[in-house]
Design a protein. Structure first.
Lengths: 480, 586
């Protein structure tokens, strides 16, 4: 079978991570449609850290200074160890932002109390609730409105295999468990209630889910995969049917509780059903659309410290990279056009040893166990996965431009700095891509504006026409 | 001791507010919620007035084994508030809902049912954060991550089972005669299905699973169909969730009587944290889980199992925050083994008052290194064993390095965090958060304030700090002679002129020095037993008590006191309560 797609050279940054497998027809069709339609992509990324005093550039406008905290945007030109080219020209930095605080919280504001009352206004633009019922009296991290990714999803994702992807690199909270601190995607259920949309935190499971439809090119491998897919389908058919029967026997409350589980089974079964049987001719497919290497078993989780001072490490370095690569490939192959990516939990208890050479956790490093320089290094560490991902999207050309030129990426942090990281003053957001007329590559000081205004700008850039919760204005300077 | 500077004061105030977490202005009040209903979030119900009078369980109390330092009946002098709380109503446990197996329950249920060790195979399942327990079903949300994860884990488990000849033969009880040996597959499906779904499979269910034989025929491999059946069962809602349906009780709207298998599952997840074994399933099949006596007998037998000990140890480890410790592996292992040994001895082996966990005058020493931590020697035999604390000033579980590992920061102990730990986890009180936007950078020691006590001065002198910190820090300072592993010390680390006074105070209860005297205060104040009832209720119900509950942890407390503070008895009372056999939906 001959495909009509143009063949590209294997692009920088993909060669090492990708394996050479032909694609499933349906994916190529989707990819072709995406190219024809000039499809836009939206990615929102979160890091559970505060920026500290050293991150925002001193210079405004183009060619802003990167400093320690933004080094990653400079790619290998700024740090020879980084495996991608500078994307500084593809990202704008918006600083001077703030989330208003009060009790009760003002519009688009947060309740007094830090971790993690910022989550709701930052992610959904809706003021936080008034509870301080988290561990140790911390604020409630529940997000009160649908998050940006779920709002743009209907605009972008019609017909994609995955309406949206939700990933989190840090697999566990490690301390002071509040599951909401690890969830950045929220949506409305059928009853209109705002419910969490928990992320995938296993790279292996995420890989299996995302690339299940790729069929090996060799006949034996393809046959083996087809046989396994047939088994999967048969098993899931029965699981689904059994679930359906059980649901009919349950009371209203349990039925509602298990409905979501059932829906997820149904969607999984549907995705498996879509796996085709015909391998695509290896000479024709688009070389940029291919699975990343199978990550294999997930890196193990190591936590020390008990309930009150747990510090964890699960090789977040590798997990973040794998997931960033998968999101890039999902965008390139048009498996989805919307993704949320939580690198670290709000109030992050990941060990800083690998990240900045400090064995304390990232939260404590912000509270005197480290330096402000280390805080900046931590921000740069988060940002490098975003920058590398952007570079991959930039390297893939479609007839109407590279994929980054049709993408909006937002990188958010938990807090800013007001002589203390427990603050939503002086916040900073990085926004990348050129979708919808975004003009990146500059530093804008938007004193007193809401960080969700930057998110709303990205949403508008990909075609969304509404508001983000109680945040109604964007940052016009991003488009000029 | 060096004098403090104003700079140090300011920084110190900031420090301590921060360790509690930033939030609204501290009210200066440690919350003892008032009323008979517990609060929604943490189940912290009303607090028994200190010294309000002994209930005095008839003839109960500790047996007072040698070296146990036992507390007699009614020793804490607590009167359960809220009137005549009881467990007698069929609706006593409040609303019940389908609970998904927690990550740890999933692991144990699979391992126990299939007789395999999962290792890292279950790591693909998203974790269940605990606060402190990981079975809070209201925090469980189905997601693509969970469903994809459970598929991935099911695939691995099935592959592992059918790859091992001994395991697959054990589970099927037969050696297949060919790829489509229906009889052998039926045996496999029935054996495995009953354990995983916690009830026998219906004939039509078996028939459905046998359809996988077509894949075995294609493969020429009997175990293909067995693996597919196992993958189906492991992804089944009835395995992943504790589904309870029951039968409507005539004239009682919303009340359902559970069937024997459903009761068996309740028993096993409460007492073992796992699914029922074949013996319990047999009891259910034979109708021997229906009367109060039958349930008491079954539970009594179950408490003899190592699985019950594991469950009790896990319960305490989650509650007291030592599931993982910040020490080298050998030391962490020794500290956990020490606490586990005490729990085993007090709760199950000698069936003593649970309060003896706190008053024990002996501890389990497993190595010379471990003993040296406390200034103790190994038993004369040279083997791990019980050793008297002697004059070391220690007593019970609060002296253990495992528990003292709580409330520490990266470099040393934090008096504030330890105060928070004692208030919240041991006294079951709520600690209000500090004001917003405080600068909570840790003040480093410097020439002006080299000693920790100096750096905490502002907590005492600045009214905006002291209103709360005066209720927290003094508790932590009373434990300062014990480092983050429980090692005794007289000087602050890395200093030469910062002696530790070790003097502490629990405002409202009195001064103390060290964990032994703190224990005495807490016993006198009647905090410990009530805290057990709150946590056990939360653990058993999979959620904290809430305003919709007909009963409260106070009912457990009353029962606990009547039983002489016997956890084993309390568990038996729980499983023989009428509500244990009923489900109630509003």
């Amino acid at each position: 079978m001959t495909r009509t797609l143009s063949r590209r050279a294997v692009l920088r940054g993909l060669g090492g991570a990708a394996i050479s497998l032909p694609l499933l027809e349906i994916m190529l069709d989707r990819r072709a449609e995406a190219q024809a339609a000039g499809a836009r992509r939206f990615l929102v990324v979160f890091g559970g850290v505060s920026t500290g005093p050293l991150v925002a550039p001193k210079m405004t406008g183009a060619n802003y200074d990167l400093g320690v905290g933004l080094t990653s945007l400079g790619g290998r030109q700024a740090d020879p160890l980084l495996p991608y080219d500078s994307v500084q020209s593809e990202f704008s930095i918006v600083s001077g932002l703030r989330i208003p605080t009060g009790s009760p919280p003002p519009a688009a504001g947060r309740q007094n109390g830090f971790h993690s009352s910022h989550q709701s206004p930052l992610l959904s633009g809706v003021r936080s609730n008034t509870l301080n019922d988290g561990p140790l009296g911390h604020a409630n991290a529940k997000t009160m409105g649908p998050s940006s990714d779920q709002l743009v999803m209907p605009v972008l994702s019609a017909g994609t295999k995955f309406p949206s992807l939700e990933y989190r690199a840090q697999p566990e909270v490690y301390r002071e468990p509040d599951p909401n601190k690890g969830i950045m995607s929220w949506k409305k259920d059928a009853a209109g209630a705002v419910v969490p949309n928990p992320p995938m935190s296993s790279p292996k499971v995420a890989f299996d889910q995302l690339f299940r439809g790729f069929v090996p090119g060799d006949p034996a491998g393809a046959a083996r995969q087809q046989a396994l897919a047939a088994q999967d389908k048969s098993v899931l058919d029965l699981v689904k049917n059994r679930s359906q029967r059980l649901m009919s026997k349950l009371g209203a409350e349990d039925k509602q509780r298990l409905q979501r589980h059932f829906e997820e089974i149904r969607q999984l079964e549907m995705r498996i059903s879509q796996i085709g049987s015909t391998p695509v001719d290896a000479s024709t497919p688009d070389a940029s659309c291919k699975p990343v290497a199978d990550p294999g078993t997930d890196p193990s989780v190591s936590v020390t410290g008990g309930a009150s001072r747990g510090i964890g490490w699960a090789n977040e370095e590798a997990r973040s990279q794998i997931m960033a690569d998968m999101i890039a490939q999902a965008f390139i192959c048009d498996l989805t056009r919307v993704a949320s990516f939580m690198l670290t939990y709000a109030q992050c208890f990941v060990s800083g040893k690998t990240i900045c050479g400090n064995s304390s956790d990232l939260h404590e490093i912000g509270h005197g166990a480290g330096t402000t320089t280390q805080m900046a290094q931590i921000v740069s560490w988060h940002l490098k996965f975003v920058a590398g991902l952007a570079d991959k999207l930039r390297s893939v050309q479609e007839p109407d431009g590279n994929i980054l030129s049709k993408t909006a990426i937002v990188f958010l942090t938990e807090g800013g700095w007001a002589n203390d990281p427990h603050s939503t003053e002086a916040m900073m957001v990085a926004i990348g891509g050129r979708a919808g007329g975004l003009k990146p590559g500059k530093h804008i000081i938007a004193t007193g504006k809401h960080p969700a205004s930057v998110v709303l700008s990205a949403m508008k850039a990909v075609g969304y026409q509404g508001v983000l919760g109680e945040v109604t204005t964007d940052i016009p300077e991003l488009f000029v | 001791m060096a004098t403090h500077s104003m700079k140090g004061i300011a920084r110190a105030c900031i420090l301590a507010l921060a360790v509690v977490g930033a939030a609204p202005a501290c009210t200066g009040r440690i919350d003892d919620p008032v009323g008979t209903r517990p609060r929604d979030r943490n189940g912290a119900g009303s607090v028994g007035a200190a010294g309000a009078g002994s209930v005095g369980a008839a003839g109960a109390g500790s047996v007072g084994a040698a070296g146990a330092g036992s507390v007699g009946a009614g020793g804490t002098g607590t009167t359960p508030p809220g009137g005549p709380a009881s467990l007698t109503g069929a609706r006593a446990f409040g609303r019940q809902a389908a609970r998904r197996l927690s990550h740890s329950e999933y692991r144990r249920a699979v391992e126990d049912a299939l007789g395999i060790t999962l290792g890292t195979d279950a790591d693909s399942l998203p974790s269940d954060p605990g606060e402190p327990f990981d079975n809070e079903y209201r925090r469980q949300f189905a997601s693509a991550a969970w469903i994809e994860g459970s598929k991935s884990v099911a695939d691995k488990i099935a592959a592992k089972v059918v790859a091992d000849d001994a395991t697959r033969i054990r589970l099927s009880g037969c050696a297949p005669t060919g790829p489509t040996d229906a009889k052998c597959l039926t045996q496999f499906v029935n054996n495995v299905g009953r354990r995983l779904l916690r009830r026998p499979l219906l004939a039509e269910e078996v028939t459905e699973l046998l359809r996988f034989q077509s894949f075995a025929q294609t493969d020429g491999n009997f175990w293909t169909s067995a693996a597919m059946a196992l993958r189906t069962l492991l992804q089944d809602l009835e395995f992943l969730y504790r589904i309870e349906i029951g039968a409507p009780v005539a004239g009682e709207a919303g009340l359902f009587k559970l069937n024997d298998y459903e009761v068996g599952a309740r028993l096993s997840f409460l007492l073992w944290g796992s699914g029922p074994d074949d013996g319990l399933l047999d009891s259910a099949a034979q109708g021997r889980l229906q009367t109060s006596t039958q349930l008491r007998d079954a539970a009594t037998a179950m408490l003899q199992s190592p699985k019950a000990l594991r469950q009790l140890q896990n319960f305490h480890a989650a509650w007291f925050g030592y599931e993982s410790l910040p020490h080298p592996e050998v030391l962490s292992g020794a500290l956990v083994a020490e606490t586990n040994a005490l729990i085993q001895r007090v709760v199950l082996d000698e069936r003593r008052s649970w309060l003896d966990l706190f008053t024990a005058t002996e501890t389990w020493i497993s190595s010379a290194m471990h003993g040296a931590l406390y200034g103790l020697s190994m038993p004369a035999s040279g083997q791990p064993g019980w050793v008297s604390y002697g004059a070391t000033g220690r007593k019970g579980i609060l002296s253990h390095g495992s528990v003292l590992s709580n409330g520490t920061k990266a470099t040393d102990t934090s008096p504030t965090l330890r105060g928070v730990f004692i208030r919240m986890r041991v006294m079951c009180q709520e600690v209000p958060p500090p004001p917003p936007n405080v600068n909570n950078a840790l003040p480093p020691s410097d020439a002006a304030t080299p000693c920790k006590a100096d750096r905490y001065t502002a907590h005492r002198t600045d009214p905006s700090c002291s209103s709360c910190h005066s209720l927290l820090d003094p508790i932590g300072f009373g434990l300062e002679n014990y480092d983050s592993a429980g090692r005794y010390r007289t000087q602050e680390p890395n200093t030469s002129n910062c002696p530790i006074s070790g003097r502490g105070d629990v405002p409202g209860l009195g001064p103390f020095r060290g964990p032994a005297e703190l224990t005495d205060l807490l016993l006198k104040g009647g905090r410990l037993d009530r805290c057990l009832s709150i946590h056990l209720y939360q653990f058993a119900m999979g959620r904290p008590a809430d305003s919709g509950d007909e009963t409260t942890p106070d009912a457990l407390l009353a029962q606990f006191i009547r039983s002489g503070y016997r956890v084993d008895q309390l568990l038996l009372d729980l499983v023989t309560a009428p509500a244990f056999q009923h489900r109630w939906v509003e």
